[in-house]
Design a protein. Structure first.
Length: 379
């Protein structure tokens, strides 16, 4: 930021070199004056009344107009040699609580920046002293051709200075308040308190200049050759006939507005929860279907297991033949290159198993017949 004044802070015998920079800026939309007939720019020219000619900035100086209209020239050198200590110094004269300062006295705000490395130590000392004391410094300084009053306070890690009006520059509020005596009832005060509580607080950072935005929209529309936006029609304020009724209606409207906002937030919360419910209902059939498929697979597996048991009841040799056949079939499925060889081996094994089963059955039948005949003879 560009400095507008260079000097020092006088803190007792301590001198702090500083630079003064503006702490605020204006975002207002500015306009130029034009000739309405042809759109020509209107300019102000500085003309000397005696010579009736335009003069340059280098030819312009300062002067004080006396009571009789005569001009007394004053040069910059005359002002720089004023016999006051505040010509280039911000002189701290007192430290007071911040609530002692009337906001009506506050004017422009500035930041005080430390000028150079030597100023860092005393600058930090003054800042921390102001923090610990919870007070502000009252100072006098000269700026733009006049001595001013200022208030120094801590803002973050910097020291800010607010220009103050002199006490005799603040006008008394005479004739501003209602002249006739007015009595306010406790019920009205209660409703006013309820209205303030209902409206609540606001974050100042959320506020913005709506007038400037509307002006910018008008300028943009005119530049594009479009029709400027029309103003919204606002309802005309009604006459206040009953203060109590107006307060009650205001409190009711504020509460309805607040309840509407809370209801809107609740509806948004319910809408967000609906997808979760749908997801859970969709997942349930999947889990049930999984259980059914598992039970069906178990039944099929049990049926497959039951078939080998029946064949095993006939003979123990049939188990080996069925096992070898299942092993050969699984190997045939996994190895496609040797499928034919494995199938041939399986067929041979099955044939051998069948012949073995027949021989076993014949031998078993013969032994059983012999045992039956011997029993009959012995009987």
């Amino acid at each position: 930021m560009r400095s507008i004044w260079n000097g020092a802070i006088s803190f007792g015998l301590v001198s702090i070199p500083i630079k003064l920079v503006n702490a605020t800026e204006s975002h207002a939309v500015s306009f130029r004056q034009i000739h309405t007939e042809d759109g020509g720019r209107i300019r102000y020219r500085k003309v000397c009344e005696l010579e009736d000619r335009e003069v340059t900035q280098a030819e312009i100086g300062k002067a004080y107009e006396d009571a009789d209209g005569s001009m007394i020239p004053i040069t910059d050198e005359d002002l720089s040699q004023l016999p006051i200590p505040t010509a280039r110094t911000i002189e701290i004269v007192a430290f007071v609580p911040e609530d002692r300062i009337d906001p009506l006295q506050m004017g422009s705000a500035y930041y005080l920046a430390a000028s150079g490395a030597p100023a860092a130590k005393p600058y930090t000392l003054l800042r921390e002293a102001l923090k610990r004391s919870n007070r502000v410094a009252i100072a006098k300084f000269a700026l733009r051709g006049r001595e001013r009053l200022g208030m120094l306070r801590v803002v973050g890690d910097a020291i800010a200075m607010h220009g103050l009006l002199w006490p005799d520059e603040v006008r008394a509020p005479e004739g501003v308040a209602p002249e006739s005596g007015v009595t306010v009832r406790d019920q009205e005060l209660d409703l006013a308190d309820a209205l303030m509580d209902t409206l609540g607080e606001i974050d100042l950072d959320d506020l913005h200049d709506e007038y400037r935005e509307a002006v910018e929209e008008v300028v943009a529309a005119k530049a594009a050759g479009e029709r400027p936006p029309e103003a919204r029609e606002e309802a005309a304020p009604g006459k206040v006939l009953d203060l109590m009724a107006a307060l009650e209606n205001s409190v009711r409207a504020a509460r309805e507005s607040r309840d509407g906002e809370e209801a809107g937030q609740a509806e948004e919360a319910e809408v967000r929860s609906l997808p979760q419910r749908k997801t859970s209902s969709r997942r349930a059939p999947k889990e049930t279907g999984g259980k059914k498929s598992t039970s069906t697979a178990a039944k099929k597996t049990a049926a497959k297991r039951a078939e080998p048991k029946k064949s095993t009841a006939k003979s123990g040799t049939a188990r080996s033949s069925s096992t070898s056949s299942s092993t050969s079939s699984s190997r045939a499925a996994s190895a496609s290159a040797s499928a034919k060889k494995t199938a041939a081996k399986g067929t041979a094994k099955k044939a051998a198993g069948r012949s073995t089963a027949k021989e076993t059955a014949k031998s078993t039948g013969r032994s059983t017949a012999k045992k039956t005949a011997s029993r009959r003879r012995s009987a």
